[in-house]
Every structure is written in structure tokens, then in C-alpha cells.
Ligand binder design. Structure first.
Ligand code: MTE
Ligand code: MO
Length: 201
């Protein structure tokens, strides 16, 4: 028998996909909600884009699903320090919705709001270029209500508080306007790679 001495286990390799100060939550998917989980039937759900756009409009479930399907597979990062890898969301790229609404050149920021009243602000540039979705599905199934079903915003390159659950709309603005957590000390952008956790980081 061949025994290798001095070998005390698997080498510890830092996951290159893990932003600073984060840990890998593995199979866990914590639920973080400021509100009671609402019961929103897909037939009741609507999504609206207004503010600084040429054509303010709303989409219902069928209209949103008539847009080209787009999926995200990758990681999500919560500011409370868990990251989750290999998540699979399905939905529609925000680019498809924005193309129909037509952002005005003066639009620089957006406030996303939920059917529950939750809000969060984002630079418009973080919502375009194939990096943001309205997600309806998770792992091949409808998105569970506690995770924002029937539909949530998904902006996985920013901390997950920007991904408003039970998404109801986006208002495009020519200035930044803090949302729920941002008024309570969280960062206006929330880039996990720069550890933009709190205002001033
Ligand atoms: N409407 C709404 N959206 C929300 C939140 C919330 O409290 N309400 N919490 C945010 C935070 S802090 C995180 S980390 C994620 C949590 O999503 P999850 O519960 O699916 O993990 O949703 C974000 N979107
Ligand atoms: Mo979070």
C-alpha cells in the first residue's frame, strides 16, 4: 500500500467567483424579506416602466411572456455575506422591456418598486446590456413566492438587495433617488467586487 505522508486533506482553493468578504452558502438559499410574502397570482401581476421614457407602458403576464426568453446561470451575492453559485433563473431580459418603452436620453437612474411597496435604486447602465432580467422561473420551475414569485427583478452583478422581489415597475429618472435600504444606510450602487455595502464604501 502506498501512503502519502504529510498530506492533510484537499488543498483549499479560494473560489475566484467569490467577492471579498463573502462565503459560499452551498445549497442553502436564505429568504430575506422586509415584508410578508404576498400572494400574487400570475394573472394579477403587471410590470410597468414609466418616468423618462417615450412610451410609458405596462405588461401583463402574457405580454411579458411574449417577449424573447432569456436565462441567467451564475452566482448571486447578498450583502449579509452569503453568495450562491450555479443558480438558474429564466425570464426576459430588461433590455427587451426597455426597448419597447424607449428610455429618453436624459434617463440616468431608475427606481424599481415592488407590488409590496419595497423600492431600490439603480443606475440605468446596470439594467441594460444583458445584465438584468425580470425572472419568472428558477431551476426549471415557477419562481417560489418567498423568492419573489411570480416575478422578480434580477441584477446578479450587484448585491442581491437590488433584485426587488414581486417586481411591479421601474421609474426612469435623471437623478439618483435612494430606495428602501439605501435610505437606511446601504450603498447607492452595491457592487460586490468593490464591497459597496454601505453608503460611503
Ligand atoms: N420586495 C423585496 N425585495 C427584496 C427584498 C425585500 O425585503 N423585499 N430583500 C432584498 C434582499 S436584502 C435580498 S438579499 C434578496 C433576497 O432574495 P431571496 O429572499 O430570494 O434570497 O431580495 C432582495 N429583494
Ligand atoms: Mo440581502
Amino acid at each position: 500500500m502506498n501512503v502519502t505522508r504529510g498530506f492533510t486533506g484537499r488543498p483549499r482553493v479560494q473560489n475566484p467567483g467569490l467577492p471579498p468578504g463573502q462565503y459560499d452558502a452551498g445549497d442553502d438559499w436564505p429568504v430575506l424579506s422586509a415584508e410578508v410574502t404576498p400572494d400574487i397570482a400570475p394573472e394579477q401581476w403587471t410590470f410597468r416602466i414609466d418616468g423618462l421614457v417615450e412610451r410609458p407602458r405596462s405588461w401583463d403576464w402574457a405580454q411579458a411572456h411574449a417577449l424573447p426568453a432569456s436565462a441567467y446561470e451564475g452566482a448571486i451575492h447578498c450583502v449579509t455575506s452569503w453568495s450562491k453559485f450555479g443558480v438558474r433563473f429564466s425570464g426576459v431580459s430588461l433590455d427587451a422591456f426597455l426597448a419597447e418603452a424607449g428610455p429618453l436620453p436624459s434617463a440616468t437612474h431608475a427606481v424599481a418598486w415592488s407590488h409590496t411597496g419595497y423600492t431600490t435604486n439603480l443606475p440605468l447602465a446596470d439594467l441594460t446590456g444583458g445584465r438584468a432580467w425580470i425572472a419568472f422561473g428558477y431551476d426549471g420551475r415557477p419562481l417560489p413566492a418567498e423568492h419573489g414569485g411570480p416575478a422578480r427583478l434580477l441584477v446578479p452583478h450587484l448585491y442581491f438587495w437590488k433584485s426587488a422581489k414581486w417586481i411591479a415597475g421601474l421609474r426612469l429618472l435623471d437623478h439618483d433617488e435612494p430606495g428602501f435600504w439605501e435610505r437606511n444606510g446601504y450603498h447607492e450602487r452595491g457592487n460586490p467586487w468593490e464591497e459597496q455595502r454601505y453608503s460611503g464604501d
